[in-house]
Design a protein. Sequence first.
Length: 360
Amino acid sequence: MRLGIRPILFACAAVLAACSDPGVEEHLICSLAADGSSQVEVTVTLPGPLPNDADEVLVDEIATQRQAYAGGWDRWTSHFERIEADEETFSWKREQGLLRSVTRTAGFADPAGLQAFFSETDLVVQFTPDQAESVFSIFPLPSSRATRDERERLEMLVEVWAAAVVQYLREVADLYAYLESDPDRATPIFTAIFDDEGDVTEGEEERLERLVDAFVTIMESAERSPEEPSSLEQLVRLAYDPFPARLRVVVEGRVRSVRGFVKVDSDTYEAPPLSLEQALTTLEEIWITPPLLTTYEMLERDEEAELDVEGFAALPRRVSELPDANEVRDALEAALTPPEEYRLTWRPTGLDAFGAGETP
């Protein structure tokens, strides 16, 4: 092959990323102090100038959202106005005349204020401060953010996406069956998939081209078309993710146990987003090992990453009975179901609000 499979996949991903919606990003940081006080910070980041060839629907949508945040009639403004915070701050940033970000904070003297902040979301929050062991828990409810029309569109788009996943799994199964009959071909074929070049035969190249086509079809089916107001990824998050924004929790002390959250650094934990991309890599491993998508995603995130291709080629390969589209949809729904509880327990070190003091 004159061009490896990996560069083809990178090129496809870059094209699709360039065509995807530069949507609004929302982040929520919840900081918990030893005395029971807390602070929430919501940062909304809006895209910069859109390309000249952006479709009119997207341009109008972004313009409407920018006007809402600039005028103070967005959902976060109304949310902050309904709560009774002990402290509040507000700031915004403009670049070249465009509103690019808005940040709001609210401080609460006791846990009741924090719990009230989340009372109109799909999350039930409990914060129990204690010098021996503090506990922060989130009990997610079914997401109510998607409208009926959005759920109907989601069902139709998932049907197309699931069919693409089935075809992809068939192509991987076909490749693994071929390698079972001729294991010596594993290293050159996986070199073609994950490296710049691969010394493969014409028949093997045709197999890999079908695999790439199936992979690209999955990616394309998740993107927003000009006829659709939302991409499949956006609809999945509205219908399944109960979190109103990407949530991180910051605690002061030594964490003793974690449930549901993932560690970001020594005192920060994040609730992983329930996304289509994340679910897909989980689904692949139900039927195919070693998984190609998980490995590819790792390489895509870090173009400098190196893969031990010979080691990968030597891994035992397994293909379970392949699913139909209905089974893929069921597995997707299971992968998008959040834990019953997100929970952090820690021994506090701070005494005053927002880290003003520490225990002896």
